[in-house]
Design a protein around this ligand. Structure first.
Ligand SMILES: Cc1ncc(COP(=O)(O)O)c(C=O)c1O
Length: 373
């Protein structure tokens, strides 16, 4: 039995406000912040003499992230955010064919491809969802790459990655997943889902803060072609500092071309350690439970909502449809309740650090605001 109140102590912001916006930016956990601080304390006291220790710690966290998504250590690279990861993948797959993606995607999913003039086609949602049939209908012979978010940021629709992965395999499509709105709270099994490339930022549900992202590259891609950037740490033996022999690593860490962004990597390490302590299934169940409670509360106010009925398509996000959401979002903020105006209304997102009482407070204050309009 998980003591969710105890877990809330990892997120001191919960004492100050009702934080219903991890889909925008989550607070970091104490566990994450402690690891980042430890780095600065060490650097304050010991300067750069800990470099080898930090490199070793980075490798431990690489393994931790790999285990978290069922990948292998050498398939993991550290980036700074989702856009960084998607750009690397778009460059890598530059000449592989056209892209099919979803109409609702966040720009970080589409801009890297558009910027390099890869033809991009869009599947259209039905009731904010993308079924396999819809995706199948949108396929043309020139499309070779399927790019999708695991969870859509402005509708909360969650793809069934296992079914989609099988579909990609059957249709010889390269499968690229932006896991930003899911990683940390929903299962990711890159092997089971036949994912070729996956990226995310630490800022949202992963609770690791700014400046850290992850990129998974299926190892079948690691020996064939090169990523378009290289620096002194991209080679097999960086210590040699041979400036003429470019012997690139056959590992995803080839993308970490220079010195690592240690404090951010360590924050991710601390964040993952907490998520592991709580347990993936417990987290998923808790997030779904709170999402359903928010749905009931919004419906009780006669609000139209965007949310998926089936658990496998439900996420941590729900939208209360509204013509002009911004003044209400601002009014909620004055009452210490943090949500955001996204898509067709107010986006309410709740993670495992939220609780029923907060949702009750949100419901109560929203009702007051609506009654006063
Ligand atoms: C699906 C998705 N991808 C990416 C991002 C953010 O991109 P980046 O990590 O490059 O800042 C967001 C932010 O809302 C998002 O919802």
């Amino acid at each position: 039995m998980i003591d969710w109140n105890k877990i809330r102590e990892e997120f001191p912001v919960c004492k100050k406000m009702v934080y219903l916006n991890p889909a925008g930016g989550s607070p970091v956990s104490m566990s994450a912040a402690t690891e980042a601080k430890r780095f600065y304390d060490e650097m304050l006291e010991h300067g750069d003499t800990y470099f080898d220790t930090w490199l070793q710690r980075t490798e431990e966290i690489r393994t931790r992230l790999a285990d978290f998504i069922h990948a292998e250590r050498e398939e993991i690279g550290f980036t700074t955010n989702t856009s960084h990861g998607m750009n690397l993948v778009a460059h890598f797959l530059k000449d592989k064919g056209s892209v099919l993606t979803m109409r609702d995607e966040f720009p970080s999913t589409t801009f890297p491809w558009l910027n390099q003039k890869t033809p991009v086609y869009f599947a259209e949602p039905e009731n904010y969802a993308y079924s396999i049939e819809t995706i199948k209908k949108s396929l043309t012979p020139e499309i070779k790459i399927l790019v999708t978010s695991y969870v859509q940021y402005k509708t909360g629709f969650r793809q069934d990655l296992e079914t989609l992965g099988n579909f990609c395999r059957e249709n010889n499509l390269i499968f690229v997943v932006n896991a930003t709105q899911a990683l940390g709270i929903f299962p990711v099994d890159v092997k089971k889902y036949h994912i070729d490339f996956l990226m995310f930022t630490g800022l949202k549900w992963a609770t690791a803060g700014y400046g850290i992202g992850g990129l998974y590259v299926n190892k079948k891609w690691l020996s064939s072609e090169n990523f378009p950037f290289a620096g002194w740490r991209s080679v097999k033996t960086p210590g040699n500092m041979n400036n003429q022999e470019l012997d690139l690593k056959n590992e995803a860490s080839v993308i970490e071309s220079g010195c690592p962004h240690f404090p951010n990597v360590f924050a991710l390490g601390g964040a993952l350690a907490l998520l592991n302590r709580i347990g993936a299934e417990n987290i998923t169940n808790r997030v779904l439970e709170l999402n359903k409670l928010i749905e009931r509360k919004l419906r009780s106010l006669q609000l139209d909502v965007i949310v998926q009925k089936e658990d496998k398509h439900r996420s941590g996000i729900i939208i209360a449809k509204m013509q002009n959401p911004k003044p209400i979002v601002d009014e909620l903020m004055k009452r210490n309740i943090f949500v955001s105006a996204r898509g067709e209304g107010i986006r309410v997102s709740a993670s495992f650090f939220n609780n029923e009482k907060e949702i009750e407070t949100f419901h109560h204050e929203l009702q007051n605001i609506m009654n006063s309009k």
